[in-house]
Design a binder for this molecule. Structure first.
Ligand SMILES: Cc1ncc(COP(=O)(O)O)c(C=O)c1O
Length: 409
């Protein structure tokens, strides 16, 4: 059965993690995987999470099945957290949600749902985008089109290019947007740009699909979703995915949300709910509950919610500090180079302005591992690692056009 698999190659991200694991250097640095690390290099568990777990354990709760739509208490809490207590779409009861095994599964389920409803379905994704996201749409059978978003060589947003490309969207095309802390670039839209984007969406009849994976990592818990909130007010319908992996630090527990915001004149919201239930059941049957139960416990216990907000503020502050430090170390190792984009971008990731060959050179000479597009996890970096990265970047710039680089060209 498996004999044809002998030449099977990993996808580029998995392949990178294999190279990282096989590198025996004592000095290797993993800037790839998307987790937050504290000053000691640990991936911490929040106190709010630990206390919520203790409370749940003490209550001796049952473990029987839930519905394929998962933990609906979690859904209500996360809808409010992301959209805001009093958002019109919540008041008008236009939000239909499933709790999923993380946003990854929510993305896959959304793609499946759309593809089953729209013949020749198309999704528009930013260039560049988090690589795994493409697979979710591709494997569901959707056609993928890209829009200009970020110019890596100048480290700037290409908003005019984005709007031009999106002018080609057709009614019912899906437009994938990152709610905040864009993966991989860290480059977000301003509120004015969200407004213009909403106009373009309405003009074309496309359906926005906002993926929120880093709420609280950028400017603030509410600030990070301001663009989503205004879009949800302006456009008739919207798809939403939310990850609790980073905001609650519960990555392996797999808690996320998939919501369909139906238009005000939607004929039958109950049919949407049934379709959503069938879609997720056919894909993975049911989501695990523990992570969702922990998030619900935190968000429904004022004292725990306060603690969680404080802890997330601390994470955001740490990320901002690391961004400032990285800018300083890069600029002092590369006189004349403007690295201010590290400070203006948001969240875990930013991309170094280097080519794929140069990235490989850094991997081989400096044992520093980044994801495609030279995506660096700033939130996992220590001060010492930041200095090593600055040194590696200076080396690359000094070698540009030399034999070392040509060997990689
Ligand atoms: C933009 C984006 N969406 C979704 C996910 C998936 O998150 P989860 O762990 O909830 O599956 C990630 C994870 O890295 C992400 O960066």
């Amino acid at each position: 059965m498996f004999r044809n698999l002998c030449d099977y190659t990993n996808d580029p991200i998995e392949a990178l993690f294999v190279r990282l694991a096989e590198d025996s250097s004592q000095d290797k640095i993993d800037l790839g995987i998307g987790v937050f690390r504290d000053d000691s290099g640990k991936v911490p568990v929040m106190q709010a999470v630990r206390r919520a777990e203790q409370q749940l354990f003490a209550r001796d709760l049952p473990k029987s099945y839930l519905s394929p739509l998962g933990n609906q208490d979690y859904c209500r809490d996360v809808e409010r957290l992301v959209l805001g207590e009093d958002h019109p779409v919540l008041r008008e009861q236009r939000v239909i949600s499933a709790q999923t095994p993380g946003a990854g599964s929510a993305l896959r389920a959304a793609a499946e749902l759309v593809h089953s409803l729209v013949e020749n379905s198309v999704v528009w994704v930013s260039e560049p985008v988090w690589g795994h996201q493409l697979e979710f749409f591709d494997k569901a059978g959707m056609a993928i089109r890209t829009y200009r978003y970020y110019d890596q060589s100048s480290s700037t947003l290409d908003f005019d290019g984005m709007l031009d490309d999106l002018g080609l969207m057709m009614p019912d095309d899906l437009l994938l947007l990152h709610g905040c802390c864009h993966n991989p670039t860290g480059q977000d839209l301003t509120i004015e740009q969200w407004h213009k984007l909403a106009d373009k969406i309405i003009e074309t009849g496309a359906v926005p699909f906002v993926d929120v994976a880093y709420q609280g990592f950028g400017e603030g818990i509410d600030e990070d979703v301001a663009g989503l909130r205004l879009l949800a007010e302006k456009v008739p319908q919207l798809l939403l995915t939310v990850s609790s992996s980073k905001s609650f630090g519960i990555y392996r527990e797999r808690a996320g949300l998939l919501s369909v915001i139906v238009s005000p004149d939607a004929v039958d919201a109950e049919s949407v709910r049934r379709k959503l239930r069938d879609t997720v059941r056919q894909l993975y049957f049911m989501a695990p509950d523990h992570g969702a139960a922990v998030v619900h416990e935190i968000l429904s216990t004022p004292e725990l919610e306060k603690l969680w907000r404080q802890e997330l503020d601390g994470v955001r502050q740490h990320v901002a500090d690391m961004r400032r430090l990285l800018r300083q170390t890069i600029e002092s190792a590369n006189p004349g180079f403007d690295a201010s984009f590290f400070e203006t971008q948001h969240g875990m990731f930013s991309c170094l302005p280097i080519s794929a060959d140069e990235q490989l050179l850094i991997e081989q000479h400096f044992h520093i591992y980044m994801l495609p597009n030279a995506r660096v996890n700033v939130a996992a970096m220590s001060g010492n690692q930041s200095a090593r990265l600055a040194e590696a970047f200076a080396f690359i710039r000094s070698e540009r056009g030399t034999e070392v680089q040509q060997a990689f060209a």
